[in-house]
Design a protein around this ligand. Structure first.
Ligand SMILES: N[C@@H](CCC(=O)N[C@@H](CS)C(=O)NCC(=O)O)C(=O)O
Length: 201
């Protein structure tokens, strides 16, 4: 059974394409035109009722939300070494920073883009600056989020940093961030995913 990724180029689905390339497993891409919106009853909506990409099908299994898909793929293909196993003390940091991308980093990015004022104690990410400071401190400690070892977290985090610096231009291009991105993007799987996107646009 081949894994199927609902994907559109230049979207958050890129990070799952990259992860799939990291696994080395065979997969199929189902390209979606997100500008039109996924119609009710479409195959994408059957996997993700939000009608958003990425979404993944693996036989009977349907998974949406980038973080959940990353967790799923790392467990589905353990031989790729994309996650510390249950019982490894690094598992805590792995889950923490994986969730941080969706619950802190992305909302903070949107808050900065829209200049939205929110009470810091109520916003789950505190403030844009708090998120930036925490991220900078973490990435100053080691080459990858989990230390010397690359993991699925780095795929999600480095792509968000890329979006924040280069596309949305809301993150400061600190060397800590750009060096980290360059390290992650030096992976052959990243180059393969990028080539697929380049050929598709
Ligand atoms: N929380 C979702 C966000 C997914 C998302 O917003 N995808 C955008 C592309 S980057 C999309 O499919 N937009 C189409 C739409 O909203 O109809 C995730 O992290 O996977």
């Amino acid at each position: 059974m081949t894994v199927k990724l609902y994907w559109a180029p230049r979207t958050r689905a890129f990070r799952i394409l990259w992860l799939l390339e990291e696994t080395g497993a065979p997969y199929e891409l189902a390209r979606v035109d997100i500008s039109a919106g996924a119609p009710e009853g479409s195959a994408l909506r059957a996997v993700n009722p939000m009608g958003k990409v990425p979404a993944l099908e693996d036989g009977e299994t349907k998974v949406a939300e980038s973080g959940a898909i990353a967790l799923y793929l790392a467990e589905r293909f353990p031989e790729a070494g994309l996650a510390p196993a249950v019982g490894n003390p690094l598992r805590g940091a792995y889950l923490h920073w994986l969730m941080f991308t969706a619950t802190c980093l992305e909302p903070a990015m949107l808050q900065k883009m829209t200049a939205l004022q929110l009470p810091e104690v109520s916003a789950g990410w505190g403030s844009f600056q708090r998120v930036m400071d925490v991220l900078e401190a973490r990435l100053s400690q080691s080459p990858y989020v989990l230390g010397e070892r690359f993991s699925a977290v780095d795929v999600l985090l480095s792509t968000d940093i890329h979006f924040g610096i280069n596309l949305l231009k809301v993150f400061p291009a600190l060397p800590i961030f750009t060096d980290y991105m360059a390290r992650c993007q030096a992976r052959p799987a990243f180059a393969r995913a990028q080539a697929i996107e380049a050929a598709a646009v």
